[in-house]
Design a protein around this ligand. Structure first.
Ligand SMILES: Nc1ncnc2c1ncn2[C@@H]1O[C@H](COP(=O)(O)OP(=O)(O)O)[C@@H](O)[C@H]1O
Ligand code: SF4
Ligand SMILES: [Mg+2]
Length: 341
């Protein structure tokens, strides 16, 4: 069965324009998501994950954040040039998003029902009564007990995990083709986190919704994702299917991330053991951005910028000079060395 490419990001560059000048937060990234697929986007805080998702949704802070290059193709339509009217149609209808802290996206002044019913009515022809029934059905679908009562309660009456379920119900009410989940379980305790992940997986299986799962937690990736892109300092440094990434990680950054999670079923808030910090966007203009933290760094790494080398034709790509020769020898063709920078 051929898979449909539902979202394709090509050469995306997003910058912030501040008093200190242009901050290139996302710097030329490419990735795609197929229908029904769950793609993990991982990396430490500050790598550009949220900026990527806000770019796709057209929700960058106005006048400050801007897509300055590349394309965001939703079923072939370039959203970078879409009007605000079109983006409003897309958001919710076609691409929905859930955030880390659901309280910020729920209105504290309205009941769960008000908000969910409104979302359903915007996206369907259902009347108020039918929409209410659909809302109760959705709340049950996301595993909320007492759905008939919760529908008339206010957000503050629910726990964090329940609010996140409501957000998922709202996001799914319109059966979007893509759901972007930005650290959806980070604020939740481990048991609730597992339930929410299972719920998202079920929704993905039942409705074939493609999910872009943004997380700094490799445990989440192992649990739900089929493919992974690893981001570092605004760039993708490794990409591959989830088994390859966990069993044969190639980029020293990915290896470091995996090593710092000794037991992926353990508590989430474990500190990474990779020394140092993610550099500020734009701070490194020469060489590999990971060089200062990399135990394998050699001369070339400080002078040239590594490309994403394709290792074996299966979609495993790595941005590291250690693997440049691997690509050369496997493909039997000369590869242009890293860009001089
Ligand atoms: N509103 C903003 N103004 C200026 N810079 C920003 C803003 N939001 C994000 N950035 C920059 O973009 C970088 C990436 O941020 P973000 O995508 O939120 O990282 P994360 O991977 O943790 O989600 C940050 O390190 C910061 O330099
Ligand atoms: S290119 Fe060099 S510095 Fe960068 S990750 Fe590879 S070995 Fe380390
Ligand atoms: Mg973020």
């Amino acid at each position: 069965m051929s898979k449909q490419r539902v979202l394709e990001v090509k050469g995306l560059k997003t910058s912030f324009f501040t008093d200190d000048g242009e901050i290139p937060a996302v710097d030329d990234i490419d990735f795609y998501i197929d229908e029904g697929e769950i793609l993990g986007v991982v990396g430490e805080s500050g790598c550009g994950k949220s900026v990527t998702s806000l770019s796709i949704m057209g929700l960058l802070p106005k006048g400050i954040g801007k897509v300055v290059g590349g394309e965001i193709l939703f079923r072939g339509e370039n959203l970078v040039h879409a009007t605000e009217k079109r983006m409003k149609e897309i958001r919710g209808n076609e691409i929905a998003m859930i955030f880390q802290e659901p309280m910020t996206s729920l209105n504290p002044l309205f009941t769960i029902g008000n908000q969910l019913i409104e979302a359903i009515r915007i996206h369907t022809d259902l009347n108020k009564k039918e929409a209410r029934l659909r809302a109760i059905e959705m709340l049950k679908l996301v595993g909320l007990p007492r759905a008939e009562a919760i529908i008339d309660e206010y957000p503050h009456q629910l726990s964090g995990g329940m609010r996140q379920r409501v957000m998922i119900a709202m996001a799914m009410a319109c059966r979007p083709a893509v759901l972007i989940a930005d650290e959806p379980t980070t604020a939740l305790d481990v048991t609730i986190q597992a339930q929410i992940l299972k719920l998202m997986k079920d929704l993905n299986e039942n409705f074939r919704t493609a999910i872009m799962m943004i997380t700094h937690d490799l445990g989440v990736v192992a649990e739900v994702c089929q493919r992974v892109v690893v981001m570092y300092s605004g760039k993708i440094v490794e990409e591959g299917d989830v088994h390859t990434i966990f069993r044969r990680p190639k980029h020293p950054y990915t290896i470091g991330l995996i090593q710092s999670v000794p037991d992926i079923r353990e508590k989430k808030e474990r500190l990474y053991s990779i020394p140092g910090n993610v550099p500020k966007p734009g701070a490194i203009t020469h060489g590999c951005r990971f060089a200062a933290r990399c135990e394998h760094a050699f001369d070339q790494c400080l002078k040239e910028t590594p490309q994403l080398y394709d290792l074996d034709g299966t979609g495993h790509r790595v941005r590291c000079f250690l693997h440049q020769r691997e690509e050369e020898s496997k493909s039997g063709r000369a590869v242009v060395a890293g860009e001089k920078s």
